[in-house]
Design a protein around this ligand. Structure first.
Ligand code: N6E
Length: 204
């Protein structure tokens, strides 16, 4: 894909898998702040955390936060995973997401990581309550959540309706082990954010 067709902030040899909001312009930004987000898979289970406070409170997400000065994103991802869930995992880089939110002139740059094993027992912290979710196909692609049915396994389905709106576009790629990139410009709708303009793609 021609780099000029990509949303500002993304580069490389990428193949689009979904986009929306073509009638809007990409929001401009002058600064970037770096964050991490880590997803741990164990066989047919995915670990998510229910965020109890701060940005994204009351949503399920991976474990992550700000990259501190002097840290690499991989170091920050490991630190945040441990701080928020109590576990260690051999995290590998899986994707990059750029988010803008209405009214701010800076972009979230989120390095997303995944791991297929871990040590330690996921433990609730002040910030996050870890829970395992089913990775059956209907759970992962959001069919169970859309239809309000429980998963065919003994674990709950991935709760996309209680996650950031973008997650359903890239989480299945992460679980399949495909590298991805994406950008979403979010606007406030009542007390939640919705995507105004977005683009997600795979790394060739
Ligand atoms: C807009 N769409 C989004 N979709 C999915 N995840 C998103 C996100 N936007 C932000 N995130 C994640 O939200 C966390 C915020 O981090 P946040 O808790 O504020 O950081 P940190 O733990 O350093 O904060 P404190 O210093 O404790 O306040 C961090 O994992 C970041 O990756």
């Amino acid at each position: 894909m021609d780099a000029t067709d990509l949303p500002p902030g993304l580069d490389g040899n990428l193949v689009e898998f979904v986009k929306g909001g073509c009638e809007f312009e990409w929001q401009s930004y002058t600064k970037t702040r770096f964050y991490t987000n880590a997803f741990v898979i164990n066989g047919n289970k995915l670990l998510l955390g229910f965020k109890k406070r701060g940005f994204g409170a009351n949503l399920y997400n991976g474990f992550g936060g700000k990259v501190e000065p002097g840290e690499t994103s991989a170091q920050a991802a490991a630190r945040e995973l441990k701080e928020e869930s109590g576990i260690d995992a051999p995290l590998e880089h899986a994707g990059v997401l750029i988010f803008l939110t209405e009214g701010t002139d800076w972009a979230f740059h989120i390095d997303v990581f995944s791991a297929h094993s871990h040590t330690g027992v996921p433990t609730e912290t002040d910030e996050m309550r870890p829970e395992w979710f089913s990775l059956t196909e209907d759970s992962l692609n959001g069919n169970d959540d859309r239809l309000g049915i429980s998963s065919s396994s003994d674990l709950p389905s991935i709760p996309y309706s209680k996650m950031w709106a973008d997650d359903i576009y890239w989480l299945p790629h992460l679980v399949e082990g495909k590298k991805f990139r994406g950008r979403a410009d979010m606007v406030k709708d009542g007390d939640q954010f919705i995507m105004r303009k977005f683009w997600f793609g795979a790394v060739c």
